[in-house]
Design a protein around this ligand. Structure first.
Ligand SMILES: C[S@@+](CC[C@H](N)C(=O)[O-])C[C@H]1O[C@@H](n2cnc3c(N)ncnc32)[C@H](O)[C@@H]1O
Length: 204
């Protein structure tokens, strides 16, 4: 019998191999189901400007780049140089280099330095330090268009966010983040039990 994973449709055959490589290396990339979800969201939203906080070696950015319009700009941010070199090679291999700028540094610092105009971003992916999601939300929301999306990965943290109280610092921070989303009047959101949990947040 096929599992959910067995029904994932890959827009490029190498994406499946790349995920297997990441698993072998224990490199935490988004699960293919979430890649699939991002792909569908990007096909629907047709974003022109996307930012990713925590890009690793570019696996999640590839799912986005394979779905985005020709003139879309994707800004990948990560603070590890070894990730950048690997990502740039992959972007060439997948023929998406023209859409992607990969920037090295702390995600929030680089994001601020980019000085995006208010309400100019269509989509932002959070996959960096879980303790930073909340402050990153405050930073990103003014720059996001009304109707724009933030996708936040790993928000259930192996189910720990449902413990009362959560034990780890990361799970505590994620629980705070989810509670904050519920209270905020400027966003709608939906939580999906894919991978380690994913939040789809829409600016009102
Ligand atoms: C879960 S991995 C990202 C995987 C990637 N999104 C994917 O699915 O292919 C998290 C990445 O975030 C980076 N990272 C964590 N905190 C960061 C920060 N504050 N600023 C920049 N990069 C950060 C790490 O170096 C790591 O590569």
């Amino acid at each position: 019998m096929k599992t959910l994973r067995g029904f994932v449709k890959y827009p490029h055959p190498l994406l499946e191999d790349l995920y297997k490589e990441a698993l072998k290396e224990k490199f935490p990339v988004i699960e293919p189901e979430i890649g699939n979800l991002l792909y569908m969201l990007v096909k629907t939203v047709k974003p022109l400007r996307v930012v990713e906080f925590g890009s690793g070696f570019g696996y999640s950015a590839l799912w986005i780049a394979l779905a985005c319009p020709k003139d879309c700009q994707i800004f990948c941010i990560d603070y590890q140089e070894k990730n950048l070199n690997r990502a740039l090679k992959l972007f060439e291999q997948f023929k998406v280099s023209q859409n992607i700028t990969y920037l090295l540094g702390d995600a929030e610092v680089v994001f601020s330095d980019l000085r995006f105009n208010d309400e100019s971003l269509d989509l932002v992916l959070f996959d960096h330090e879980k303790q930073r999601y909340s402050e990153s939300l405050d930073l990103v929301l003014p720059k996001l268009k009304r109707g724009g999306f933030i996708v936040a990965d790993d928000i259930f943290w192996k189910g720990e966010v449902f413990q009362n109280p959560p034990k780890s610092v990361k799970a505590k921070a994620l629980k705070f983040f989810l509670e904050e989303l519920k209270l905020r009047k400027d966003v709608d959101f939906s939580l999906l039990p894919l991978g380690d949990g994913v939040a789809i947040i829409r600016k009102r």
